[in-house]
Design a protein around this ligand. Structure first.
Ligand SMILES: [Zn+2]
Length: 694
């Protein structure tokens, strides 16, 4: 059991009361907190932030991230098997160990065939049996390659595109989602796909680094084909890379792909057929059991149109090689170690800069989390999510929402009509905390003793589980990830914010920490998720999750001006000597961060007003406001390897941790006051240049 400072032996109510007033000198009555019980100790430092990791020689106003985390940044070494390390990483490693213990217990039980224990234990066992996989070599691939190389007609090809949408890579990606026009029902979506490198830029950029990535990719393709016993690997790799380069040219950028106004193109089947006539869409949809979809959201229209042309014009043999390669590489870790190692060498070492492959059991746990996560999640919750965490979170969320409501009512740039709509949207926000109440039913899943087949069965199961919802009402109780996940999310179509059990731990959330710390950490994360409902994309959705323009032209212009100013700030940050942040790609996350910290700060002061006449105690010479901002900086104590950072700058909508600290605080007036920041300091922005949105 992880140390979490919660083992007090007092009731949940006492603990949540304690959390809400800790640090204000009102730590509960004698019968709530028996004298013999020691006060809980925060996991980080004595009150919630480990202040020994900073750099006292740096002035907070010059570089707040360094001031708070300088020693850590200088001395912490990223473990050899990881692409980077942030506060999430530590919790993920903890959760991995916790889930492993659960899996091993399940695996050790004598269980009936078809039971959940047998499925979890059985999958893990086949995943861990490398000796058997090595003895089998490429043999498990045979039925799949026979299937691919047996393709004869164009219709066969369409059926294969549908099948490999579920089991690898296809020219387009297909799935279902709630209808943005009526979020009580599901529709289908079609998006661009077909690449083996992380993004179109990897095919098109001319910088040395990208030239090297492409050369390595070509070698990797050849290696995978050769390992699978497919002849002429090198020549085929050339042709595959050339095909994907054509596809990359027509792909939309990451920036355009997250623009809801650009990707919201509802069509019926005839319209999709007219858009991309080279594909037999009726056949693809039928194979995928999506024919009943009332509407198809076609995301990157021009890319899908041209991809269909490119694939239709390509040689049939090339397409078979292309499908084979992607099936092999997306299943490499279910095959002999030669495949697994080659896959890591390229995707881990070359593209992300990771020196060592992770131990196999860790990857096995990740596999279970990704596909059988709820099967272990229920036990994880019983063991690692005390009920008092839920009540403390309820109180925090309530206070955050109230603080945001106040700020919305007071904001000076929205007109009354738009404000009323924003308040209506806030009123329907639904927080979900800890875990789902509707667990996935795995009874139709079969797990045997063939790992590759098990992985295919799992993908099939997850697909069936997804498409079976089509035609029924949208289920608001389903979760997209299991409770052991260390993350949080906002779903604009559901207007839901979700905080799984995995993230409700220090340094994000610690019942034993000073309230300033919880508000600066999980409070700001809650605010961040609420902020997504009102970021550059989230604001396009209304109180029912529908795409609807509820903005007056004047309020729209005012928002846009602020967002542009924020984007320009981030465009100016250069995490690598030759690569900048894209203010447009990271816009939603930056607005979430900025709004989140503003909401959390206001909520912290609401809390102080209620509990302590507005006064926070000074602890270790630090004011409550200083501790609040230091907590935010501790949450974003992190760094990435260079290749990983480069990949993230291309594909990740989040700014790097360092800028999630400095890029945010310099826009917040309260931070200037807390640390006495003046025009002499490097991070200083004149008040008129500070961006204030939410
Ligand atoms: Zn976010």
């Amino acid at each position: 059991m992880r140390k979490n400072g919660l083992k007090l032996g007092v009731g949940p109510m006492a603990l949540s009361a304690l959390a809400l007033v800790a640090g204000c000198g009102k730590t509960g009555t004698a019968d709530e907190t028996p004298a013999k019980v020691e006060a809980p100790k925060a996991e980080y430092g004595s009150w919630g932030v480990d202040t020994t990791q900073g750099d006292p020689a740096t002035r907070p106003g010059d570089d707040f991230a360094r001031y708070a985390n300088g020693k850590w940044l200088d001395t912490f070494e990223i473990p050899a098997d990881l692409p980077g390390f942030v506060s999430f990483t530590k919790l993920r490693l903890d959760a991995e160990a916790d889930v492993k213990a659960i899996i091993e217990e399940l695996a050790a039980k004598k269980s009936a065939p078809g039971s959940l224990e047998q499925k979890v234990g059985g999958f893990f066992k086949t995943f861990m049996d490398v000796e058997k996989l090595d003895a089998l070599g490429a043999a498990p691939l045979k039925p799949h390659l026979d299937r691919i190389y047996g393709i004869q007609s164009k219709d066969d090809l369409m059926r294969a595109y549908a099948e490999y949408n579920v089991h690898g890579v296809a020219p387009v990606g297909v799935g279902i989602l709630p209808d943005p026009a009526d979020t009580t029902r599901y529709i289908a979506f079609v998006g661009q796909s077909g690449l083996g490198l992380p993004d179109r830029d990897y095919y098109l950029k001319r910088e040395d680094k990208f030239v090297q990535y492409r050369a390595a990719y070509k070698d990797f393709i050849a290696k995978m084909l050769t390992l699978a016993g497919i002849a002429d690997g090198a020549a085929k790799a050339d042709a595959i890379l050339a095909l994907e380069t054509k596809v990359a040219e027509v792909h939309w950028s990451q920036e355009d792909s997250r623009d809801i106004q650009k990707i919201y193109n509802p069509m019926n089947l005839d319209q999709l057929q007219a858009l991309a006539p080279e594909f037999n869409w009726a056949l693809i949809m039928d194979e995928l059991k999506l024919s009943a979809a009332p509407t198809i959201l076609v995301a990157q229209t021009t890319a899908i149109d041209k991809e269909a042309e490119i694939f239709a014009a390509a040689d049939m043999n090339l397409l078979k090689d292309w499908l084979a390669f992607h099936f092999i590489r997306t299943h490499a870790q279910y095959l002999a170690s030669s495949f697994d190692k080659a896959n890591f060498e390229f995707y881990g070492k070359t593209l992300r800069g990771v020196p060592e492959q992770r131990e196999r059991w860790k990857r096995g746990v990740n596999e279970i989390d990704a596909s059988l996560g709820e099967a272990v999640g229920k036990i994880y919750v019983d063991r690692h999510f005390p009920p008092q965490n839920k009540s403390a979170m309820d109180a925090l969320v309530k206070n955050l929402v109230a603080a945001f409501e106040e700020r919305l009512k007071a904001n000076d740039w929205m007109d009354e009509a738009t404000r009323a709509q924003a308040l209506a949207k806030l009123a329907t926000f639904e927080p979900r905390i800890g875990y789902t109440t509707k667990w996935t039913d795995y009874s139709s899943l079969e797990i045997g003793d063939d790992l590759l087949q098990n992985s295919v069965n799992l993908a099939d199961f997850l697909w069936r589980d997804q498409v079976s919802r089509l035609g029924g009402p949208v289920d608001r109780e389903r979760w997209d990830y299991p409770p052991q996940t260390v993350n949080a999310s906002y779903n604009p179509l559901m207007n839901q914010i979700t905080f799984p059990a995995g993230i409700l731990q220090p340094p994000f959330f610690d019942l034993a920490a000073d309230p300033a710390v919880n508000y600066g950490a999980i409070g700001a994360v809650i605010g961040h998720e609420i902020g997504h409902g009102f970021d550059d994309q989230g604001r396009r959705f209304d109180e029912k999750g529908r795409i609807r323009d509820w903005w007056s032209p004047a309020s729209n212009d005012a928002f846009q001006k602020k967002a542009d100013a924020l984007g320009a700030q981030y465009d100016g940050y250069k995490p690598l000597p030759d690569a900048s942040i894209s203010g447009k790609l990271t816009m939603g996350e930056n607005i979430g961060d900025l709004g989140g910290i503003q909401m959390a700060y206001a909520a912290y002061h609401r809390y102080l007003d209620e509990c302590c006449g507005g006064e926070a105690p000074v602890i270790d010479g630090l004011t409550g406001d200083q501790r609040f901002f230091l907590s935010w900086a501790q949450v974003w104590r992190g760094k990435y390897r260079e290749d990983e950072q480069r990949q993230r700058l291309e594909t990740d909508p989040h700014s790097p941790p360092y800028y999630r600290i400095n890029g945010v605080v310099r826009n917040v007036d309260a931070w200037y006051d807390a640390f006495g920041v003046t025009a002499e300091d490097d991070l200083y922005l004149p008040p008129e240049q500070r961006v204030r949105i939410w």
